[in-house]
Design a protein around this ligand. Structure first.
Ligand SMILES: NC(=O)c1ccc[n+]([C@@H]2O[C@H](COP(=O)([O-])OP(=O)(O)OC[C@H]3O[C@@H](n4cnc5c(N)ncnc54)[C@H](O)[C@@H]3O)[C@@H](O)[C@H]2O)c1
Length: 253
């Protein structure tokens, strides 16, 4: 799929990996709509020439309204879903043997997994109505998991559960949507230099960077954006989760 002149949606595009994906898509000549929380900063998005749509990915009405607005510009061809949140760091049992709260687990899964499924189903319903492009495609998705899907650390049960599920549904989604000419792939990022990691102390971030075999640094969001564009454009890539991680395998803690 050639993205030039096509409409793309980036969820969570106001920050980090989503913002970099927005920039990469604009560079390919796409018209980009960003769906993010109403509280998210919009300056960087509008500076790039993208359009901001306030929508919580868990809210069907808000997402539908965002898709209606994006649809005015043309058929939706590409979705990069990066809206999500980081880990709780809650062990199953605390030091006093108390079980971790179920609500915290449910909240994480709701945002990262239900949010992904909501975006997938509502956007796919729009894409399936598109005319086929010359190569037969109607559109493509990029979802976002994490290396925690495969090597989650101590205290990451909720985050790992949510991200492993995103990896798990990738192939099923590709199979479900194959007859519509819609592809689905997932990126499992390692450690990226985004506001999510900026919340950590400098020495902790430096330690994380040093734990990456090569390149020995945090990933740049632009590197995520490049891969997201490739996954949308490469018509033979489907049903795959790609680790983008400098070959890191996370230690137990
Ligand atoms: N940064 C990393 O190292 C890293 C590593 C692995 C996976 N990830 C995953 O990548 C994705 C993006 O992470 P990031 O580092 O860019 O984070 P970020 O915090 O910089 O950006 C996340 C964006 O998602 C938006 N968002 C959150 N919940 C939303 C909702 N319900 N509806 C709409 N928008 C919502 C936020 O407002 C924010 O703009 C997340 O799913 C995260 O789990 C990040």
């Amino acid at each position: 799929m050639d993205l030039a002149g096509q409409v793309a949606l980036v969820t969570g595009g106001a920050s980090g990996l989503g913002l970099a994906s927005t920039a990469a898509l604009i560079n390919r000549g796409a018209t980009v709509f960003v769906a993010d929380l109403p509280t998210a900063g919009r300056g960087a998005i509008t500076d790039l020439g993208a359009h901001f749509l306030a929508a919580n990915v868990l809210d069907e009405e808000q997402l539908a309204a965002a898709l209606d607005a994006a649809g005015e510009a043309g058929p939706l061809r590409g979705v990069v879903h990066t809206a999500g949140r980081g880990g709780d760091r809650l062990r199953i049992l605390d030091r006093e043997r108390n079980p971790a709260p179920l609500d915290a687990f449910a909240d994480m899964v709701r945002t990262n997994l239900f949010g992904t499924y909501n975006v997938l189903r509502l956007c796919a319903a729009r894409m399936a109505g598109n005319d086929e492009l010359p190569e037969g495609s109607r559109g493509a998705f990029v979802l976002t998991a994490s290396v925690a899907a495969f090597d989650g650390q101590v205290g990451q049960t909720s985050y790992t559960a949510s991200k492993a599920a995103v990896h798990g549904i990738t192939l099923v989604a590709a199979r479900d949507l194959a007859s519509w000419g819609i592809r689905v792939n997932t990126i499992a990022p390692g450690l990226f230099d985004t506001p999510m990691l900026a919340r950590l102390r400098d020495d902790i971030r430096e330690g994380l960077a040093q734990s990456v075999p090569y390149p020995r640094r945090l990933g740049s969001p632009a590197e995520y954006g490049r891969l997201a564009v490739e996954l949308l454009e490469n018509d033979y890539l489907n049903g795959e989760t790609i680790r983008l991680d400098g070959s890191i395998r996370m230690a137990p803690r």
